[in-house]
Design a protein around this ligand. Sequence first.
Ligand code: PLP
Length: 386
Amino acid sequence: MTPRAAHSFATRAVHAGRDDFAELGVHAAPIDLSTTYPAVDCAGEAARIEEFASGAQPAGSPIYARLHNPTVARFESALAELEGAESAVAFASGMAAMSACLLATAAAGKRHVVAVRPLYGGSDHLLGSGLLGTEVTWAEPKGVAAEIRPDTGLVIVESPANPTLTELDLAALADDCGQVPLLVDNTFATPVLQRPLGLGALVVLHSATKFLGGHGDVLGGVVACGEDFARGLRQIRVATGGVLHPLAGYLLLRGLATLPVRVRAAQASAHELALRLSAHPKIAAVHYPGLAVDRPGQMDGGGALVAFEVDGDAHEVVAAVELITPAVSLGSVDTLIQHPASLTHRVVRAADREAGGIGENLLRVSVGLEDVEDLWSDLSRALDLA
Ligand SMILES: *Cc1c(COP(=O)(O)O)cnc(C)c1O
């Protein structure tokens, strides 16, 4: 444990991954762009190559950039600290991270996954299509235990879920999973608002593209977990090459420093927008965890996303906003609006979309850091026009 263990989350977000700065005499993280490294002692390197291939992280030269990168490793250790995990493994995108979790589990002989809908459209598609040779059983949250088989390697959930913002009771789910690792996609809550490992989950996944990067300019994914699971993930990463670029690692580490401030500011505006939307005549329903009455109580606030159903044509609302950007993705400094049935969840079968509450009149807003009054003027004007 570092002395930082006594510090608050916000302090650790600023200092994690930077322990050696004073010793190095630097104030920002060095970016190592090498693809290869001098390897003079061939016999020694041969042994280290074998260690890297088994998912370990031997000290010394990375040998080759697909095996290890020190800039990316800083982001990994910082994220692990913030999620309360032993280890973290970063990937080129959130979907590369999800793929590695499935491949590592399947490689250990467990090809069956139990998952709870809704999930991010890409995750739903990856599981449902069986593209990686896995098999999925979709379950209701209370039905997870009944679907677990001897070959079940993971239970996959999202809370709050994309795009309906449905919250799940993660502690209860972790209990129901027994020996099977519960994987929680924590992209929407971030470790600022929710730390699933403390509730019994064994694996936490992020699309780092969203809040962790926070500025809409970096694609990445990361998994926080125990070192055993992390080794399996690194084995897959070395073998398949879905590595995070060091520049992305640098930007993600930088993003973590402001994560608590950004998430809490955006959450305050999102809560206010959710309240005002609830009172708007053109709104049929608002889905915002912070307004729900019966909550699991694991998330510190309602988060920075709001979903709502329009009494009218949702496409017209998207076309009418001027300040808010009509775009997929989330967690950036600017506010984004999108129509899940057309975009993020298009790859989910129509019947499954409808059953999951992803209807034609549902819109999802990722609230950014603009002044909430400006956001409300834009959104309410767009609703009035639609
Ligand atoms: C965006 C997203 C993903 C996929 O991440 P990419 O970085 O786009 O590959 C996974 N889960 C959730 C909840 C997401 O929002």
